[in-house]
Structures are given as structure tokens and as C-alpha cells.
Design a protein around this ligand. Structure first.
Ligand SMILES: CCC(=O)SCCNC(=O)CCNC(=O)[C@H](O)C(C)(C)COP(=O)(O)OP(=O)(O)OC[C@H]1O[C@@H](n2cnc3c(N)ncnc32)[C@H](O)[C@@H]1OP(=O)(O)O
Ligand SMILES: NC(=O)c1ccc[n+]([C@@H]2O[C@H](COP(=O)([O-])OP(=O)(O)OC[C@H]3O[C@@H](n4cnc5c(N)ncnc54)[C@H](O)[C@@H]3O)[C@@H](O)[C@H]2O)c1
Length: 331
């Protein structure tokens, strides 16, 4: 049995709180693969969980962190041996099982992915749930007939983690990306990642009409709310809008017209529960033909576990930029 440091989230008679605790490996939620954590990352969902601003955990207490990468210390599952480099994203981490914000994590073998050749552990966590989600959105859009010929792909929340990785991944896959962001000061940077055009979110004047002139071939929307409602009437016939986020609200007000007149598809993107065969496909793509070309520049910050509360605050205030990798043990 090993004792170690963990960023643990509690919700009991003393209220909702998160902080550092010493814990023993025996106390981790059960799983076949014990991992010494090298890196984790910060996603919007981690910030909601770590502050109590969103109902993410479905049992308490749990260690935070929906992403984890590290080396196997012990395994009772065939296929994983001591020393193997592995990663896991979503899959109940920080929802129903202890997550990656700790020196050790005990993973469910069903959701543990051997680190693919072509990625380091650190790179896998620059990607993390954010990169996995951008790639999953692309996969869904391709399955639904999205082609570059349909027109540019609008990426909203473009300066955030999913947004920056999506710019890189979609542009590498041959799409013209139109990045929509409120951070005009970063437009040169977003173009350097592959955006063909940047659009100031504050200058976007949606008409509010049920249908409008086509402007985009499709979209990956991190924002939801009025942004999603505004985008749908601008999408080309048979184009796809992949909705993956709620940074701008969960309710949206729209009409059925884009769906029944232009055959626009609204595609749900849910990374956490992705089936294993799809997970494996996505990670192979992310390590190979879809690997973002600017990963290091997208990792704008490397934080320690102690810095997490500060990172969460900035993220929920809409001030995140790119990805934050969390160095736990490193390596
Ligand atoms: C990386 C992925 C992301 O970033 S996604 C964005 C971050 N996530 C969020 O903001 C979600 C925050 N959560 C919420 O706002 C609430 O939990 C929501 C989803 C509204 C549900 O809360 P509430 O209305 O109280 O319903 P409830 O808890 O009684 O559940 C109703 C049924 O829905 C289910 N449900 C709920 N959450 C999940 C989940 N995360 N995964 C799977 N199922 C979920 C519950 O199990 C329940 O169904 P059942 O009755 O058990 O069959
Ligand atoms: N569905 C999934 O599986 C999945 C996976 C990962 C992330 N997400 C969601 O995607 C979104 C982005 O996640 P992330 O980790 O990249 O977060 P992030 O904080 O890095 O990025 C969020 C971006 O949205 C912008 N933003 C915030 N509030 C906004 C508003 N009101 N209007 C317009 N833009 C706003 C921010 O400036 C930032 O650029 C979040 O909503 C997150 O919950 C979903």
C-alpha cells in the first residue's frame, strides 16, 4: 500500500469543497490497473467539478481530473504490465471513480488505452479530453458526409482547449476553419494554428431569422446557447453542426427550418462514454494523420496540482487560452 497526495472533492454536511489530502492506494475506487500518474490536464468540466459550479461528480468523495496518463505499477488485467505507458480520458473519471489529480490512479482496464506510438505521455495530455473531443467531432462529421467542398467549418470558443485543437485538427484534415472567438488580440495566433479566417464573436450579428444566407459548411460549437441557435440557419445544405459544449449556456432557441429545409444535422458529441473501438480509432488518428501540428504551442501552461484552483477560476471566467497540462509525477 502506498500513500500519496490527491486533489479530492467532497460534498457532505460540511458543504462542497475540494483540496489536498493524503490518501492510500487501497482507498482508490476499484480497478484492475494501478497507475503512477505522470500528467493530467484541465478541461472545462474539471473546473466545474473542482469548484462545485457544475454537477459533475455523481458520487463523493472522489479525486478530480477527467484525464490521466502514466505508467502501470500493477495490473490484474491481461494486456497491461508494470511499466506500460497508458492513458485514460472520461470513462467515469471524476464522475464515478477517482480521477487523475493524484499521484496514483486505479483504472478500469476496459477504458485504459496503451499510449499509441507517435505520442509522448505529455502530448497525450495536451490532447486529453479536449483533443479527443475535437477528433470525435470530426469523425462524426465525416460519418455524416462532411466534405471540405461544403464550405468552411466554424469553430466557436476557438481560443479554448477544444477550440485550438479543433482548428489544428480540422485544418490538417483539409477543412478551411473559421475561428469564432471573443479574444481579437489572439487572432494572429489562431491563424498560425491553421485558421483560414477569424471572426470576432462580438461582431457576429445573427439575424434571428429561421433561415439565412449560407456562410458555413458546418460547425464545431463549444458554446451552445445563442451561439448554437445563431449558427444553425447559416449552415449549408446537408452540413453538420457538432455540438460539444455549454460554455455559453445550455438552452437554445431555434426553429426546425435548417433541419427540414436544408437537411442540416445536429450531431451530439459525448466524449466521456465513447465505446472502446471508437476510442482506439480516435487515439490512432491523434497519434498519426490527425496529430495537431502545433501541440506545444497549444499547451500554453504547465501547472502543478497546487495551481489547480487558480486555473479553474480563470477558466470559468472565460479567460482560458489553449490547454493546461498538469504535471503530477512527470516522465
Ligand atoms: C467533457 C465533457 C463535458 O465537458 S460536458 C459539459 C460539462 N457537463 C456539465 O455541465 C453537466 C453538469 N450536470 C448537470 O447540469 C446535471 O447533472 C444535469 C445533466 C442537468 C442533470 O441533473 P438533474 O436534472 O439533477 O438530473 P439527475 O441527476 O437526477 O439525472 C437525471 C437522469 O440523467 C442521468 N444523468 C445525469 N448526469 C449524467 C451523466 N453525467 N452521465 C450519464 N447519465 C447522467 C441520471 O442517471 C438520471 O437518469 P436515471 O434516472 O438514473 O436513469
Ligand atoms: N461533449 C464533450 O464530450 C466535451 C468534451 C470536452 C469539452 N466539452 C465542452 O466544450 C467546451 C469547451 O471546453 P474546453 O475544455 O475547451 O474549455 P475552455 O475553457 O478551454 O474553452 C472554452 C472557450 O469558450 C469561450 N467562452 C466561455 N464562455 C463563453 C460565452 N459565454 N460565449 C462564447 N464563448 C465563451 C472561452 O473564452 C473559451 O475560449 C465546454 O463547454 C466543455 O464543457 C465537451
Amino acid at each position: 500500500m502506498t500513500t500519496f497526495r490527491a486533489f479530492r472533492i467532497r460534498n457532505d454536511e460540511a458543504g462542497y469543497r475540494a483540496g489536498f489530502e493524503e490518501m492510500a492506494s487501497d482507498a482508490l475506487t476499484p480497478g484492475e490497473v494501478l497507475v503512477r500518474v505522470a500528467y493530467s490536464s484541465v478541461n472545462y468540466k474539471d473546473a466545474l467539478a473542482g469548484t462545485g459550479k457544475g454537477k459533475i461528480l455523481r458520487q463523493y468523495p472522489l479525486n478530480g481530473g477527467i484525464d490521466v496518463a502514466g505508467h502501470v505499477v500493477a495490473s490484474t488485467a491481461p494486456g497491461f504490465r508494470e511499466g506500460d505507458a497508458v492513458l485514460c480520458t472520461g470513462s467515469g473519471l471524476s464522475e464515478t471513480r477517482d480521477g487523475g489529480y493524484a499521484e496514483y490512479a486505479r483504472l478500469d482496464a476496459r477504458w485504459t488505452i496503451p499510449l499509441p506510438a507517435g505520442l509522448t505521455l505529455r502530448e497525450s495530455m495536451i490532447l486529453g479530453t479536449a483533443g479527443f473531443t475535437a477528433a470525435l467531432a470530426l469523425l462524426h462529421m465525416l460519418d455524416n458526409g462532411q466534405t471540405p467542398a461544403l464550405g468552411p467549418i466554424a469553430v466557436t470558443g476557438a481560443s479554448g482547449g477544444v477550440g485550438q485543437l479543433a482548428i489544428d485538427i480540422f485544418s490538417r484534415a483539409g477543412y478551411a476553419v473559421h475561428a469564432i472567438s471573443g479574444k481579437a488580440g489572439h487572432f494572429d495566433f489562431l491563424e498560425s494554428l491553421g485558421a483560414a479566417e477569424c471572426i470576432d464573436r462580438h461582431a457576429l450579428a445573427f439575424s434571428g431569422k429561421p433561415m439565412d444566407s449560407v456562410r458555413f459548411g458546418g460547425a464545431l460549437d463549444n458554446v451552445g446557447g445563442a451561439m448554437l441557435a445563431g449558427l444553425l440557419p447559416l449552415v449549408a445544405p446537408h452540413g453538420n453542426v457538432a455540438i460539444c459544449g455549454n460554455a455559453g449556456g445550455i438552452a437554445f432557441d431555434g426553429t426546425v427550418m435548417p433541419f427540414i429545409i436544408r437537411g442540416v444535422n445536429l450531431l451530439g458529441v459525448a466524449s466521456a462514454g465513447t465505446a472502446r473501438p471508437v476510442r482506439e480509432r480516435i487515439w490512432q488518428h491523434l497519434a498519426g494523420d490527425w496529430k495537431p501540428r502545433h501541440l506545444e504551442r497549444i499547451a500554453t501552461r504547465e501547472a502543478t496540482l497546487d495551481e489547480l484552483p487558480d486555473v479553474f477560476g480563470r477558466m470559468l471566467d472565460g479567460n482560458s487560452f489553449g490547454r493546461t497540462v498538469v504535471r503530477v509525477g512527470g516522465g
